[in-house]
Design a protein around this ligand. Structure first.
Ligand code: FAD
Length: 441
């Protein structure tokens, strides 16, 4: 690191190599001056970086993943070191990091799926998007998730973009996924899938969905899947919102997009994706596995969603809930409502900061994490005083027998995956086993 005799060099540990972690590193790099320098150690529990850009974003959305080029640029800037395959809470404690570093940034996201909290949720065939999504995205901890696809009907609970991704992955003709980076084990299962009908259920009306309109506008373009939204559902929603005066832009755009889906002539495809509104699951029935889901019908009264005593049920062998995420707690941090307890990104009375989904909860697209991290890093810098002595994390890890994946080792894994994908017309073929990745060192 080039520093002059007057420059102060602060050591910052960023825990979590997802978008929020990289954008925090970028913000620190941008805040450097000849007098102020940063050495950044990024610590990640997986052997691979990029967080949900690798293990969350849907395989049929490859363009979104090109943000990884930005991450790689940040990673190759001076003063940045990557330590993958190192877990905070297992290989290192928070106290160790806070003692060693001038500041610690928690960017560990929210990996646990929120529960529906209804009877039958533990039956085979009932799972969370937090398990299904990493399964098809080759996350090493989720290879063995039991995803029974031997049923003609699947039910997805939720009205956000994660529910939409899950529904699309189940409803697409699997051949369309052959040219993507879907995990090989998942692709093989999806090719054998008996699912032909996917039903998505939202608790509220179309005017309240958290889907975004670009994702909705994609739906009529699906070649092998007919997407159905009831025109009357959208008309009812329009009637309800008409009394509120001018509509917020995003609501109008969503309702327009849903009306477009509703009005698009269907192609007569065997594969169908249906959207339903104002329905809350109240029970999952089945003996040894999911057989039926019972829904309560909701209605909107004075702008509020209320559950009625009317019910209906859907026969299905698979129900996937996509109703939000919460953080997997790390010892030494306190959590409120599934997020790290913080004030504007600062964990009070400490040199610990928090960014991304661990700070805000599971909302916002990749770009949202950039401005958010920039604000928190300004606060971090404003609180810095005198730098602590230099630390060498690699020595500490070596003493403990922890094999870490450095930036150059990750680059070998990355190149090997991309090379394996090339002859198959895929962006990459992902490794799923930790040993395979560590073996490339
Ligand atoms: C299924 C899904 C699809 C999405 N699709 C899109 C999309 O198409 N477009 C878009 O803009 N946004 C999308 N998003 C949102 C986007 O992924 C998030 O905004 C973003 O990933 C949040 O970044 P983060 O860094 O806070 O968390 P994450 O991306 O989750 O990164 C957290 C990282 O911390 C690591 N970690 C966790 N615990 C520890 C520990 N104890 N020690 C060390 N490391 C740890 C994790 O392994 C992970 O790599 C999607 C989200 C999901 C869930």
């Amino acid at each position: 690191m080039v520093s002059n005799s007057k420059s102060r060099v602060f050591k910052v540990a960023i825990v979590g190599a997802g978008p929020a972690g990289y954008f925090a590193a970028q913000a620190l790099q941008n805040l450097q001056t000849p007098e102020l320098k940063f050495e950044i150690d990024m610590i990640e529990r997986l052997p691979t970086p990029w967080g949900l850009v690798r293990s969350g974003v849907a395989p049929d959305h490859p363009k979104i993943k090109t943000v990884s080029k930005v991450f790689e640029k940040i990673a190759t800037a001076e003063g940045f070191q990557l330590f993958c395959n190192v877990e905070l809470g297992k290989d290192l404690t928070l106290t160790e990091l806070t003692n060693l570093y001038d500041a610690v940034v928690i960017a560990t996201g929210t990996s646990r799926g929120r529960k529906l909290g209804i009877p039958g949720e533990e039956l085979r065939g009932s799972l969370s998007a937090a398990d299904f999504v990493p399964w098809y995205n080759a996350h090493p901890d989720y290879v063995d998730v039991d995803v029974p696809l031997d049923t003609d009907t699947a039910v997805v609970i939720g009205a956000g973009n994660v529910a939409m991704d899950v529904a699309r992955m189940l409803a697409l003709e699997p051949k369309e996924l052959d040219v993507t980076d879907t995990a090989n084990h998942a692709l093989a299962e999806l090719h054998k899938s008996a699912i032909r009908q996917v039903h998505v259920f939202g608790r509220r009306g179309p005017e309240h969905v958290a889907f975004t309109s670009p994702e909705l506008r994609e739906l009529p373009k699906l070649e092998h899947t007919d997407v159905e939204i009831g025109e009357c559902d959208i008309e009812d929603a329009l009637e309800r919102v008409s009394i509120q005066g001018e509509l917020p832009k995003d609501v109008k755009s969503n309702l327009d997009a849903m009306m477009l889906v509703a009005k698009t002539p269907k192609k007569g495809n065997e594969r169908k994706l249906n959207f339903h509104f104002l329905a809350s699951p109240i029970e999952i029935k089945g003996k040894d596995r999911v057989e039926e889901v019972v829904f309560a019908i909701n209605e909107v009264k004075d702008g509020k969603v209320v559950t009625t005593s009317d019910t209906y049920s859907v026969k299905t062998g698979l129900i996937i809930s996509a109703i939000g995420y919460e953080a997997d707690p790390i010892p030494g941090l306190t959590y409120v409502d599934g997020k790290v307890s913080n004030v504007d990104g600062h964990v009070e009375n400490s040199n610990v900061y928090v960014v991304g989904w661990a700070k805000r909860g599971p909302s916002g697209v990749i770009g949202t994490n950039k401005s958010d991290a920039a604000g928190v890093m300004e606060l971090l810098v404003s609180n810095l005083r005198e730098p602590k002595p230099k630390v060498e994390l690699s020595e500490k890890l070596q003493e403990r027998g922890v094999i870490h994946v450095s930036q150059s080792a990750w680059e070998k894994i990355n190149a090997s995956e991309v090379a394996a994908g090339e002859p198959l017309g895929k962006p990459r073929v992902k490794f799923v086993k930790r040993e395979e990745m560590l073996g490339l060192q």
